[in-house]
Design a protein around this ligand. Sequence first.
Ligand code: ZN
Length: 64
Amino acid sequence: MSCPICHRGACMKSFHSLEAQERFDLKQTMSDDVDDLREEILSLQERIKELESELQRILSEKEL
Ligand SMILES: [Zn+2]
């Protein structure tokens, strides 16, 4: 069986760095469906906006 990360026969998943393995695992759990990914991006953008306003609020409180 070839390596699931780089698809080389002489390689194994464990030959890659932990970081590469984690990135690979993360990719495996992500959807291949473009609509799903679009929705995920939209919800992440919403989340970023929330966090930005939260950050602004904290910063402005600090200045008082
Ligand atoms: Zn490999």
